[in-house]
Design a protein around this ligand. Structure first.
Ligand code: 13P
Ligand code: SF4
Length: 321
């Protein structure tokens, strides 16, 4: 099957009940579908597991399916492949990258590490497997604080690639981790001004903020955390209105879990759109998912030479969190 474009470019028969077909193929092929909270609602509804990066990495290892389809972005597919090299790992569209992972090319990162000997290298999971291979411990937004705090206070640390998350951890722990200067184009788009405007219209609303957002946005947060942490906060908190400063896909699960509550997406700074989408996550469509399962393409591959080196820091994270 030709996947030159990064996905199976075969037209789907008109009128096909895609959800039913996907369920059927999944059973026939003993496949599991994992989906990140930022994917479109219709994919989340079909997935066997929906979660944040940490939960998806954890679950992948425990599955006995022959095929795992990762509906998310490329580094998430790589993480599954690194943890389960014997399984066939598929993604609906190989073009689903990540601006944050792209802001940290492996070769430059390894030079940065070499230039600062004596440092423990902590990398956010939003990195390529090649960057993970130059890393001592991987973290996600769900466990970064805990993992960094578990290291001796005088340990010198390099943290990459997200300067906002790194800066947040430094501010909370009093550490002075050396930060790689990377960022996510979606979360950098949130602004304090726009959130304060929304706050004026909804004074009782609580503000939920992902730690990839810049420091001024974090200042007005009632809760800062990974997608899963923000979701649990919304479920358990007494407030009935929430302003959500992270990718808008999470609102699907928030609304499903909290039918009586109102969730207002914080808008990006430079457009008239009401919410902030990750264009990479949105490359995952039902049509592509159907074709992926049908033709078992495109497959995620990770160079044999880096699989073991990339697995070590991920396993260390899973043990510490
Ligand atoms: P989580 O780790 O919170 O799921 O976030 C992943 C991500 O890509 C954030 O932009
Ligand atoms: Fe990457 Fe940002 Fe998209 Fe998350 S939201 S996958 S960090 S580009």
């Amino acid at each position: 099957m030709n996947v030159e474009k990064g996905f199976v470019d075969v037209p789907v028969e008109a009128g096909l009940d895609l959800a039913a077909e996907i369920r059927k193929l999944k059973e026939e092929k003993n496949a599991a579908i994992l989906a990140h909270y930022y994917t479109v609602g219709e994919i989340q509804d079909l997935a066997d597991f929906v979660g944040d990066s940490l939960a998806l990495a954890r679950i992948a290892e425990t599955l006995d399916n022959d095929i795992i389809v990762m509906c998310g972005v490329h580094f998430m597919g790589e993480t599954v492949k690194v943890l389960c090299p014997q399984k066939k790992v598929l993604v609906p569209d190989l073009n689903a990258g990540c601006s944050l992972a792209d802001s940290c090319p492996a070769e430059e990162f390894s030079k940065f590490v070499e230039a600062h000997p004596g440092h423990t290298v902590v990398s956010y999971v939003n990195t390529s497997a090649a960057v993970k291979a130059h890393t001592d411990i991987v973290v996600t937004s769900g466990n970064a604080m805990k993992v960094v705090s578990s290291l001796p206070e005088d340990e010198k640390i390099i943290f990459g690639p997200d300067r906002n998350l790194g800066n947040y951890i430094n501010s909370q722990t009093g550490r002075e981790m050396l930060l790689w200067d990377g960022a996510c184009h979606v979360h950098e788009q949130f602004s304090l001004e726009k959130i304060l405007e929304l706050k004026e219209q909804h004074p009782a609303a609580k503000v939920l903020v992902h730690p990839e957002c810049p420091a001024p946005v974090r200042l007005v947060a009632d809760k800062i955390g990974s997608t899963a942490v923000l979701l649990e906060y919304a479920v358990n908190d007494d407030a009935t209105e929430f302003i959500v400063a992270t990718e808008s896909g999470i609102l699907h699960e928030m609304r499903r879990r909290c039918p009586g509550k109102t969730f207002i997406p914080a808008p990006p700074n430079d457009s008239t759109c009401a919410c902030n989408d990750c264009s990479f996550m949105k490359l995952n469509t039902l049509e592509k998912l159907y074709n992926t399962l049908r033709y078992e393409q495109p497959e995620v591959t990770v160079d044999e030479s880096i699989i073991d080196a990339a697995r070590r820091p991920i396993t260390r994270m899973l043990e510490l969190s």
